[in-house]
Design a binder for this molecule. Structure first.
Ligand code: GTP
Ligand code: MG
Length: 442
């Protein structure tokens, strides 16, 4: 027999034997123990509200929990979608609920809505990541950890009566593997009954044809299977929110009053508010919490751990070892680090070479420029020298002429001073003639 077969036989657990008890032992109180432990520990529930600005998110939250949560209105001019969580401590009877309402502020207000879903997805992932980090800690304290994972996303659909906007479809598609989505038609009092009926059918058709998975109320628990099945057929709920109280008959009810009549929030003929409250809070709150942990968080955790290199063993291979995975991952990381280092070094060397070449080229250009200037300078110098020689020659010529003229002038002067004496003599000789000396300067 093969060793693995023997191992399997020795590892196989024996079938437990059924025995009857002789009397009351007391472990039938286990469910009660569980309840009292949970009650003393308290619960947390986190709701994400996604819908365009002013669609009635805050009003619906106030109406659902019958209180006034402090909220500020969004401005319609947000540059991008921003997630705003607010946590409240609520108590009903002896049950404490830590409720976090996360508002997707500015959703649908940007001109370019391509990335509107991204901050929402990132926020949901960040809460999963926080939980995973806590789980992976050596000293973890999951018992009193404030779980901020989103348990439900109420997606507020604008009551257009037409069809879903592409933003709605894209966002819901991106969110459906990360969170339980309950779509609701907001401000349902602004749409007529027959239009609402057609609108609901259209929305469900579009969700199905686009493969968007919305949260289905569970039908595996007998106690709630029937009501949940009925309610699944009513999705998406068409709701009206109001914090005003109006007198109807002799009772004060929450309603919206119009000149033509009163829309009662809790009247099932007027809207599906009661159905939403039943399904969300009174029947399926625990299932939403559980689905978040066992389905959405599990998926996130699996992908994340696989990304980190962990994997489960298949039937035949060795059991999964944290140590080995860690070692393998470490080696992979080190070789990646080395590869990156080598890449950077090579890049640096290339850069230095490039700079060196550039510098050499610059030097050559400068040298050429210098040589060119030198040639120009020599040419100029030669021309100046020629000019100087020319001038020198001219000066010499001038000086010669000047000397000649001076000589002529002095001759002329000498001649003039001798003239009266000679005049008399000449008069005597030639009978008297006058002459004019003309001097021509060359
Ligand atoms: P931001 O937080 O600013 O995005 O708005 P919001 O989505 O929280 O809307 P909010 O609850 O502040 O309501 C905006 C306006 O819509 C208010 O004037 C509400 O009275 C009105 N409103 C809220 N719910 C309903 C509803 O069901 N029907 C009608 N007709 N009006 C509603
Ligand atoms: Mg609000």
């Amino acid at each position: 027999m093969a060793a693995t077969d023997l191992e399997r036989i020795s590892n196989a657990e024996p079938e437990p034997r059924s025995l009857s008890l002789g009397g009351h032992v007391g472990f039938d109180s286990l469910p009660d123990q569980l309840v009292s432990k949970s009650v003393s520990q308290g619960f947390s529930f986190n709701i994400l509200c996604v819908g365009e600005t002013g669609i009635g998110k805050s009003t619906l939250m106030n109406t659902l929990f019958n209180t006034t949560f402090e909220t500020e209105e969004a401005s319609h001019h947000e540059e991008c979608v921003r997630l705003r969580p607010q946590t409240y401590d609520l108590q009903e009877s002896n049950v404490h609920l830590k409720l976090t309402i996360v508002d997707a502020v500015g959703f649908g207000d940007q001109i370019n809505k391509d990335d509107s879903y991204r901050p929402i997805v990132d926020y949901i992932d960040a809460q999963f990541e926080n939980y995973l980090q806590e789980e992976l800690k050596i000293r973890r304290s999951l018992f009193d950890y404030h779980d901020t994972r989103i348990h439900v996303c109420l997606y507020f659909i604008t009551p257009t009566g037409h069809s879903l906007k592409s933003l709605d479809l894209v966002t819901m598609k991106k969110l459906d593997s990360k969170v339980n989505i309950i779509p609701i038609i907001a401000k349902a009092d602004t749409i007529s009954k027959s239009e609402l009926h057609k609108f609901k059918i259209k929305i469900m058709g579009e969700l199905v044809s686009n493969g968007v998975q919305i949260y289905q109320f569970p039908t595996d628990d007998e106690a709630v299977a029937e009501i949940n099945a009925v309610m699944n057929a009513h999705l998406p709920f068409a709701v009206v929110g109001s914090t005003e109280e109006v007198k109807v008959g002799n009772k004060l009810v929450r309603a919206r009053q119009y000149p033509w009549g009163v829309v009662q929030v809790e009247n099932e003929n007027h809207c599906d508010f009661v159905k939403l409250r039943e399904m969300l809070i009174r029947v399926n709150m625990e299932d939403l919490r559980e689905q978040t942990h066992s389905r959405h968080y599990e998926l996130y955790r699996r992908c994340k751990l696989e990304e980190m290199g962990f994997q489960d063993s298949d039937g035949d291979s060795q059991p999964f070892s944290l140590q080995e995975t860690y070692e393998a991952k470490r080696k992979e990381f080190l070789s990646e680090l080395q590869r990156k280092e080598e890449e950077m070094r090579q890049m640096f060397v290339n850069k230095v070479k490039e700079t060196e070449l550039e510098l050499k080229e610059k030097e050559r250009e400068l040298h050429e420029k210098f040589e060119h200037l030198k040639r120009i300078h020599q040419e100029e110098k030669r021309k100046v020298e020629e000019k100087r020689k020319e001038l020198e020659e001219e000066t010499n010529a001038f000086n010669c002429r000047k000397a000649a003229m001076e000589a002529l002038q002095s001759q002329a002067l000498h001649a003039t001073s001798q003239q009266p004496l000679r005049k008399d003599k000449d008069k005597k000789k030639a009978g008297g003639w006058s002459s004019i000396y003309s001097v021509t300067i060359p």
